[in-house]
Design a protein. Structure first.
Length: 119
């Protein structure tokens, strides 16, 4: 994500979603002034907190229906994953492996249950 795209996403999120700078700061555990500075474009490179804030705004933008319980849980999970990955990009691989293992186990358990029912 480049600086221009990141700023556009952040500004759109702040305007259209009714999300406050304080909410973003609290979610990412940074000072609200950092979010204000980033939203104003006062940073040189898309890295560190600027990247974290813009990625967080992107996750907020992709969520469209907060009324559904499933959507809300998915949204919350996406936020947490984005937060972890923005803090530690290497965590993405570990999370992917962990989630794949969970899915594989559920599929295996589901197949076993189906086979037991068909007997």
């Amino acid at each position: 994500m480049d600086k221009e795209a990141g700023l556009k996403i952040l500004r759109e999120t702040l305007q259209s979603r009714g999300v406050s700078r304080s909410y973003i700061a609290e979610s990412l555990r940074i000072h609200p002034s950092q979010v204000s500075r980033i939203a104003a474009g006062h940073f040189k490179k898309m890295e560190g907190n600027a990247l974290r804030v813009c990625k967080f705004a992107l996750t907020m933008q992709t969520h469209t229906n907060e009324d559904s319980l499933t959507d809300s849980i998915t949204f919350e999970l996406n936020q947490k994953v984005a937060q972890i990955v923005s803090i530690n990009p290497e965590a993405a691989r570990a999370l992917t492996n962990m989630l794949s293992a969970i899915i594989d186990q559920w599929i295996t358990d589901s197949e076993k249950a189906r086979n037991n029912l068909s007997r």
